[in-house]
Each structure stands twice: as C-alpha cells, then as structure tokens.
Write a protein that binds this ligand. Structure first.
Ligand code: PAF
Length: 294
C-alpha cells in the first residue's frame, strides 16, 4: 500500500533511513542509484524498479570518490530541476539527494573493494573507480534499505562488481540488471553523450557497429580474440575523433581476457571522442564447436 503519492526530496541520511524504515513496514522498496543528468536509460531502470516494488527511491549523487583526479567530476552534467520533473512524471516516491558532506563527513575512512573482477576493463583504465562505486553503493544500500536495486547492463563491469559485493557482504536485497537502451542508430544512452559535438556524436555510432561486427565474426566461427580485436580497432580508427582506451574480449564470470573465444564472452570497449569517454559492451555466445580456428 502506498503512503501517499507525493514525490519527496530527502537530503539527510538519517531522514532517509527513518523514511525507509517506515516504508518497509508498508511494502517493498525498489531503488535506482544514479548520478543524475537522467536519460531514457535511467528512466527504464526506474520503470523496472516500480514494477518490482511498492515504493521507488532514486538517489541523485555525483560521487566524487569514483572519479580520478583528471576526470570529469566538476564538469559532470547536473540538472536537478529537470531530473525531478522526469522522476515525478514516472511516479517515483522519493528522491534521495544528499550533498558530499552528508555522504562523506569529516573523518570518513572506510572503503569497500571488490577484487579480481576489477582487474581489467574500466578497473584497469580508471584506478580507484570501482572502489568509489562499491563504497557509495554500499552506503546507499544501508541508507535506502531497498528490497531490490536496479542497474544498467551498459555498465556491465559495474553491475557484476555490485552483484559480487552484494553476495560477498550478504546485503539482503535483489539486484536486477536491465538491457542497454540505445538511440535508433545504436549509440548507447549515457549522460556523457552530452559532451559530444554533433560531429563526434555522428562518429560515435561506430561503437555499436564495432560491437555488432565483433558479434558477426564470433558467430561465423572466429575464435582468436586477437584477430577480432584487431578488426574492431581498425573499424573504430576509421573515425578521426576516436581515441581507443580499450577493446577487450573477456569471460562473463570474472571479466578476464580470454585466450580463445568459446562459450559466452563479453566484447567491451571504451573510446574517447573529445572529452567524452564512452563505454559499451555486448554479450556474445560463440557457436558450439568446429570454428575456424578450433
Ligand atoms: O552508474 C552510476 O551512475 C554510478 O556509478 C552509481 C551506481 C550511481 C554510483 O555512483
């Protein structure tokens, strides 16, 4: 049963915890953690949360400890008024909107770190990033007290890392991962797409084209990850503004590079266009056997 359908904005940690305790006596809490600058991908997460719970809480917090010193923490897009309007339109019950001091008061010194899963991909390119993500998400889980939390598959490594943390630290909640929402031309929705110039935006469609090309190569029997990566890199480099951070083919359990493509693999890439670092990925299942290089 709903308490009432007014959208509440909560800024204090204790206030949020008290409200969560109250809501939990009346139903299930669905939670979507975000950094704001909401797009259709976030809104889809919210819809899924609403379907799976009685109350929906969305957090908006640009988490400083998941950004490296040279990354875009300061420039990260922020538009609370617009975010609030979008969330109100979706029937969200609570926005948890703390400031940095509320989340990291003077003397804060405890961090959560998931090992092994964070060795490659963004874990390698952005040292400390996942430590920042797992620390804030663990805190948010303790503050919002959700029964279910929803994340996007676009951040495939983040989703797996959080699943691992939930299992390893016995958080009593369910994680749901929602497929990536894409523009009609395949570009994955991301708050960082806002950084792209019209020309970079046009060129960025190469990311999804590369993923689909990788999928076709694997489906047609290519089992050598080095060859697939070479072809994908060559395609991405046809776009003059693209600067590749990584193109990787990893297993879907621990996200470790595979010596040979078999079973299920994740093709993952991170590419800069100007100051926008865009990531995307695709899970591909290789044909059973008898591939070109088997
Ligand atoms: O995916 C994001 O927007 C962030 O990494 C998250 C999960 C909200 C933690 O700050």
């Amino acid at each position: 049963m709903k308490e009432n359908n007014r959208l509440r904005i909560i800024r204090g940690v204790r206030q949020m915890q008290a409200l969560a305790d109250r809501l939990r006596t009346q139903g299930r809490i669905g939670f979507v953690p975000t950094m704001g600058a909401l797009h259709e991908g976030h809104l889809e997460l919210v819809r899924v949360a609403r379907k799976n719970a009685d109350f929906t809480v969305v957090s908006i917090f640009v988490n400083p400890i998941q950004f490296g010193p040279k990354e875009d923490y300061r420039q990260y897009p922020r538009d609370f008024t617009r975010d609030r309007r979008l969330l109100a339109g979706l029937g969200v019950d609570v926005i948890f909107y703390p400031d940095v001091k509320a989340m990291y008061p003077e003397g804060f010194a405890t961090y959560v770190e998931v090992e092994r899963l964070t060795r490659y991909l963004c874990g390698r390119s952005r040292p400390g990033h996942f430590r920042g993500v797992t620390t804030v998400v663990a805190k948010l889980f303790n503050i919002v007290k959700p029964h279910v939390a929803v994340f996007g598959q676009k951040d495939a490594q983040q989703a797996l890392v959080i699943r691992r943390m939930v299992r390893d630290l016995n958080f009593d909640l369910k994680i749901i991962v929602v497929p990536t929402v894409r523009e009609p031309d395949g570009l994955a929705l991301s708050s960082r797409n806002a950084y792209l110039t019209p020309e970079q935006r046009r060129q960025a469609t190469v990311l999804y084209q590369a993923l689909r090309l990788g999928e076709r190569l694997i489906k047609s029997g290519e089992t050598d990850p080095v060859r697939v990566k070479q072809v994908l890199r060559r395609l991405i480099r046809t776009q003059p503004e693209a600067r590749i951070d990584y193109v990787e083919i990893v297993d879907t359990a621990w996200l470790e590079p595979v010596p040979r493509i078999q079973g299920e693999v994740l093709i993952a890439l991170a590419v800069y266009f100007g100051r926008a670092r865009l990531i995307d990925n695709l899970i591909v299942r290789a044909p059973q056997s008898g591939g070109k290089n088997s």
